[in-house]
Structures are given as structure tokens and as C-alpha cells.
Design a protein. Structure first.
Length: 374
């Protein structure tokens, strides 16, 4: 067996390590034994016949296994503890770690806009007050707080809507009350005014209705005798016409006619004075009053001759003109004279009223005497 001490020493100096770290290939001993210089050793190192052994390291496998067991709670009994609890794990370090974890979470949620600044401040102060034991509890609380806030907002909206609704209902009630009051107050006044106006209209209508039949009755009464007297008028008109042809004595009758209304004026005044006395007498003697009513048609019959006088004047004048004209032209003027009949009664109304009043007084005298005797 060849000694390789020289080659080992030279290899250790070339590799810069101890002799124990140098490995010489046992299969190439003959070649290694021939190397007696550093240069030859370098050539052997290059060829791989001489190698530097790797460093022997302390294994971490056992330590890792031990730490895994300890994290599960093993190897921490009273027999292995050395030092108090505070010395082994200070509470301050635990507090700092917890605060940092919880505050980091709050900051993250605020940046992500999962919580607003108000909730962030509230939770921050609660974290500081040792309310939350760990991150899980804080997250659960955040979810609950958010749900409650949504509920509160919804309830607030509902309450606001309810308030607005009740307010609207109250306002409607108030407006309805006001409208009802207006309808009760104003329409009452209006209704009263309308009722008064309707009553006034009804009274006027009633008075008009009462007056209308009286007016209609008056012309009817006057017209009836006029129609009956029509033939008599014609006969009387014919008589003065013949007299006018013969002579003109009709002119003298005209002034007499004018005197008649003059005499009638004092008669009217006397009648007006005698009216209250007549009324008293009629009240005293009611049965004789019936006789006066029956005597009314006689008055109308007597009025006829008075009506005939004035149209006779116009007829006389027309006949004179006709006499001057040829005999053939006599018929047309008689026809034209017809409209004068209607105008004449209108002018002769005062005379008509005066004469029948006198005659009524005369006829009523025996009735008065009979009533006094009775």
C-alpha cells in the first residue's frame, strides 16, 4: 500500500481546507502517488481524482418537528415552564398585536368603503375599549351594525312617509272643514239672499197675476157694450148726417158737448168726497150691496149715448165735405170714418167714468134709504 500523506497535505493546501476534508479517489492511487508537486495536484483536482468534501451541517428536521408539536400545545406543561406567565408572554405585547390587527382591519374596510367614517370612529373607540376579542368578533359586529343601520334607515323612511301621510290627511281634514264652513256660512247667506229674491219675485209675480186678470176684465167689459152698441151708433151717425145735409144745426151741438166735461169735473170731486160715506153705508147694509152689483150693466148701457157724441162731430165734418163732392164719392168717406170709432172711446173715457158714477149714485139712493129704514 502506497502512502499518500504528501499528496493529501499538498491537496489540503491547494483546496484551502483540512486534511480530513480531502478525498482521494481509491481507484486512481497509482496516478495520485506519482504527483509530487502542487501543479500535479491541481491537475488531479481538475480531473476529479481529488475532491473537497462538503461541510457537515446541523439538521433542522428534529427542531421543526418539535416546534410543530409545541404549536399544538405539546411540551408546555408545568414541568417544562421556566418563568412566570408575564415573563414568558407579556400582556403588553399581546395587546399591541391585537390592536394592530383590529385597527388594520378597520382601516382596510374604511378604504374599501364597506363602513363610513362614523361607523369607523365608533368601532375604533370600541376596539380601544377592549370590546372585541379578535378579528372574527369585530367582523361579525360590523355585519350586524350595517344590517341595523339599513333597518333604521328603512324604519326612518317609513316613519317619515307615515308622518307625511298623516300630515297630508290632517291638512285635507282642515281644508275640508274650512270648505264645509265656507259652504255652511257663505251659502247660508247666499241662500237667504236667494230665498228673499225668490220671495220678492214670487210676490211680484202674484201681484202681476192679480193685476193681469183685472186689466183684462176691464177692457173686456168696455168692449162688450161697444160691440152691442155698434149698430145703434151707425143708426145715430146716419141721423146727424142727414141733418147735416139739410142744415147746419149740428154746429150748435158742438159747444154743448164741450160744456159736458166741464160739468163733470165738479161731479167727480163730489164723488171723491162722498166715497168714504158710501163705503160706510155699504158696510152697514151688505144685502142692498148686491143690488148695486146687478145695476152695473145698466151703467154700461147708459154710457153708450155719451160715447156716440164725439164721433158724431167728426162724421158731420166728413159728411159736409162729402156733400160738396159728387154723389158717387159718398161711400169711401164712410169707410174711412171707421178707424175714428176706435180713437173716440179713448178720448171720451173721463166723460164715461163721470156719467156712470152719477147714475150709480142715483140708483144707489133708494138702496141707502131702504137700508136706513131697515
Amino acid at each position: 500500500m502506497v502512502s499518500l500523506k504528501l499528496q493529501k497535505r499538498l491537496a489540503a493546501s491547494v483546496l484551502r481546507c483540512g486534511k480530513g476534508k480531502v478525498w482521494l479517489d481509491p481507484n486512481e492511487v497509482s496516478e495520485i502517488s506519482l504527483a509530487n508537486s502542487r501543479q500535479n495536484i491541481r491537475k488531479l483536482i481538475k480531473d476529479g481524482y481529488v475532491i473537497r468534501k462538503p461541510n457537515a451541517l446541523h439538521s433542522r428536521a428534529r427542531i421543526r418537528r418539535f416546534q410543530a408539536a409545541k404549536s399544538k400545545g405539546r411540551h408546555s406543561g408545568p414541568g417544562t415552564r421556566k418563568g412566570t406567565r408575564e415573563a414568558r408572554m407579556p400582556t403588553k405585547t399581546l395587546w399591541i398585536r391585537r390592536m394592530r390587527v383590529l385597527r388594520r382591519l378597520l382601516r382596510k374596510y374604511r378604504e374599501q368603503k364597506k363602513i363610513d367614517k362614523h361607523l369607523y370612529h365608533e368601532l375604533y373607540m370600541r376596539v380601544k375599549g377592549n370590546v372585541f376579542k379578535n378579528k372574527r368578533v369585530l367582523i361579525e359586529h360590523i355585519h350586524k351594525a350595517k344590517a341595523e343601520k339599513v333597518k333604521e334607515d328603512l324604519v326612518a323612511e317609513q316613519a317619515q312617509a307615515h308622518r307625511l301621510k298623516t300630515k297630508a290627511v290632517k291638512q285635507r281634514r282642515v281644508t275640508k272643514k274650512k270648505e264645509a264652513e265656507k259652504l255652511l256660512i257663505l251659502p247660508q247667506a247666499k241662500l237667504l239672499a236667494l230665498k228673499k229674491a225668490e220671495e220678492a219675485k214670487a210676490k211680484k209675480a202674484a201681484s202681476a197675476k192679480k193685476a193681469a186678470p183685472a186689466k183684462k176684465a176691464a177692457p173686456a167689459k168696455k168692449a162688450a157694450p161697444a160691440k152691442k152698441a155698434a149698430p145703434a151708433k151707425k143708426a145715430e151717425k146716419a141721423a146727424p148726417a142727414k141733418k147735416a145735409e139739410k142744415a147746419a144745426p149740428a154746429k150748435k151741438a158742438a159747444p154743448a158737448k164741450k160744456e159736458a166735461p166741464k160739468k163733470a169735473e165738479p161731479a167727480k170731486k163730489a164723488e171723491k168726497k162722498a166715497e168714504p160715506a158710501k163705503k160706510a153705508e155699504t158696510k152697514a147694509a151688505q144685502p142692498p150691496a148686491k143690488k148695486q152689483k146687478t145695476a152695473v150693466p145698466a151703467k154700461k148701457a147708459e154710457v153708450k149715448p155719451a160715447e156716440k157724441k164725439q164721433p158724431a162731430k167728426k162724421e158731420e165734418a166728413s159728411k159736409k165735405k162729402a156733400a160738396e163732392k159728387p154723389a158717387d164719392a159718398k161711400q169711401p168717406p164712410t169707410k174711412k170714418a171707421a178707424p175714428a170709432k176706435k180713437e173716440a172711446p179713448k178720448k171720451a173715457e173721463p166723460a164715461k167714468k163721470a156719467e156712470p158714477a152719477k147714475k150709480a149714485e142715483k140708483k144707489a139712493e133708494p138702496a141707502k134709504k131702504g137700508a136706513q129704514e131697515g
